[in-house]
Design a protein around this ligand. Sequence first.
Ligand SMILES: [Zn+2]
Length: 177
Amino acid sequence: MTADDIPPGTIASMAFWLLARTDRIRQHPGAAHIAASITTAVTRALRAIDRPPDLVFLGTCDSCQAGIYAAHGARWVTCRCGVTCNTETRREQLLAAAHDILGTTSEISRALTSLGRPLTPSVIRGLAFRGRITARGANERGHPLYRVGDVLEVISRDTRPPRCLLDITSLSANTHT
Ligand SMILES: [Zn+2]
């Protein structure tokens, strides 16, 4: 084997290398073994990448109490009992029900992100550091626990347009009328 027989180490270059040598491989004494190895590798690769999309838990069904899971971005989800519900409505219901739940920054981050309010643990830690939310207790490992409702209130306050901007908007609306 010469140096130019060896393909550079990228998937595309190795695939191209194999593709350019299919006739030689077909006539090779170990052709059956080579074909089986490639087929196994392709099957393994497909199994690794072709996974079902992560599902979001949206609480339990009002009719049959089974857990409802929706694909990311889905607007509607149908429970196994046949009941269909709007994913946004379910998210709002879960958010409302979660207000008094206590959690660590990581737990709150995960829960809110899956409910459509993406928030990193460091953002929540920053809110606590600046005194905008206060720990309501600590877990068994000593990590501070925050109230989900406190985090949601601060975040919704921050995403509202500032008051001065509202005043300017109403002023310019008045001059045009
Ligand atoms: Zn159901």
